[in-house]
Design a protein around this ligand. Structure first.
Ligand code: NAP
Ligand code: GDD
Length: 371
């Protein structure tokens, strides 16, 4: 691997992003390149290429000769983390890589702890071993999952943590390790306690994208029914593009600190479903409770594909229930507004609209490719 530092203008800031192939990694790469950064991303090796989301940005960066470098690496491998830190000598590290799926963490608790908890420790140690504690700024992707079913709403930086999943518990370890390296070694380290954030780049295993993709397919006659788990859960949903800007702002401060990033509004899964169907002109009527709850087509004006009144469009599949779930999350962003001058720009209605329209377009593209 070449020494990138030697080849760069000294004024250009260098960032390392772990999890560059993920939703947030993609938006953050775009943001940092637009700000003139040299961006290095760590990508893990998989049997099929996993940089589909990054492709366009990568090509644009290549054409513009704007400095985007991808390195293979894995949070389970301390050696490569140390090597990357020593060679890249980044000014800023954005640690986004994680096993990020809460339900999967119940099936793979040990793997989740190894990657999210010990993996974060490996990265912090790599910064220390590379002698970068006084140079490199560190962003940790902390989460509203830390709050669990909190006694107080909305949740702010001083709300006690009550993690309720292996994922949340692994992130609690990473949160405190980040704080510990700040206090023990003077590392400029920030925890961004981000509430749920979504986009057309969200993976379909998360509920918002699962809903918008199903609605697009139902609207185009390619799917009949959407099967979900807990419809009552309420989340504070924002747009990933707004949230990566908050990550960057945290590392531009003079003093490291922890910040809650959210919209301050909360929507239930059921309401998200209703809003999504509304975009394609379908009104729903929900009947029944618990696993017997069903959503029927009440009317379908201007729907892309004729959907008959009373068609079953939403049903419960208990496999999507979790052993424990968080019922309600809503964030208090007073501190981020005052100290970062950051505020969410995208309402949940605009988010739903963008995601449904984008998924309609991608289903149409698939149909046209098959033809
Ligand atoms: P995501 O789309 O699931 O991306 C996760 C990234 O981590 C992917 O690039 C993934 O690589 C990588 N990764 C997973 N395991 C790895 C390993 N062992 N070694 C190296 N890389 C690995 O997640 P996201 O939505 O962008 O979220 C980014 C971070 O913010 C995560 O840490 C997440 O827990 C946290 N967070 C997310 C939200 C949210 O609502 N989105 C809210 C709060 C906190 P592959 O592409 O190979 O899978
Ligand atoms: N995934 C999924 N699939 N969730 C469902 C489904 C379904 O079919 N049906 C209902 N839900 C409910 C879940 O039980 C949960 O209460 C809610 O929808 C949101 O689930 P996810 O979209 O999977 O997100 P999450 O809130 O568990 O976790 C996301 O946000 C966290 C921040 O609070 C992830 O991005 C985490 O990485 C992140 O830390």
């Amino acid at each position: 691997m070449k020494n990138y530092k030697l080849n760069n203008e000294m004024t250009k800031k260098i960032a390392l992003i772990t999890g560059i192939t993920g939703q947030d990694g993609t938006y953050l790469t775009k943001l940092l390149l637009s700000k003139g950064y040299e961006v290095h991303g760590m990508q893990r090796r998989t049997s099929r290429l996993n940089n589909e989301r990054l492709d366009t940005i990568y090509q644009e960066a290549f054409m513009a000769n704007s400095g985007l470098f991808i390195h293979f690496g894995d949070l389970s491998d301390a050696g490569i983390l140390i090597k990357l830190l020593q060679q890249i000598q980044p000014d800023e590290v954005y640690h986004l890589a994680a096993m990020s799926h809460v339900q999967v963490s119940f099936d793979q608790p040990e793997y989740t702890a190894d990657i999210n908890a010990t993996g974060t420790l490996r990265l912090l140690e790599a910064i220390k071993i590379a002698g970068l504690c006084q140079k490199t700024k560190f962003y940790q992707a902390s989460t509203s999952e830390l709050f669990g079913n909190a006694a107080k709403s909305p949740q702010g930086e001083s709300t006690p943590f009550h993690p309720t999943s292996p994922y949340a518990i692994s992130k609690l370890f990473a949160y405190w390790m980040t704080t510990n390296y700040r206090n023990s070694y003077g590392l400029f380290a920030c925890n961004g306690i981000l509430f749920n954030h979504e986009s057309p780049l969200r993976d379909e295993s998360f509920v918002t994208r699962k809903i918008t993709m199903a609605v697009a397919k139902i609207g185009l006659g390619r799917q009949k029914t959407l099967y979900l788990g807990n419809l009552n859960a309420k989340r504070d949903w924002g747009h990933a593009e707004d949230y990566v800007e908050a990550m960057w702002l945290m590392l531009q401060k003079n003093k490291p600190d922890d910040y809650v990033i959210a919209t301050g509004a909360s929507t239930s899964v059921r309401e998200f479903v209703e809003k999504s169907f509304d975009i394609i002109g379908i009104k729903l009527q929900f009947e029944g409770t618990g696993t017997a709850e069903k959503g029927y087509c009440l009317s379908s004006k201007n729907s892309l594909y004729p959907v008959k009144k009373n068609s079953l469009l939403v049903a419960i599949d208990p496999q999507f229930y979790r052993p424990t779930d968080i019922e309600w999350l809503i964030g208090d962003t007073t501190k981020a507004k005052e100290e970062l001058q950051w505020e969410a720009r995208t309402s949940v209605d605009s988010l739903v609209h963008e995601m449904v329209i984008s998924d309609i377009q991608s289903v149409l593209n698939q149909i046209n490719t098959v033809k």
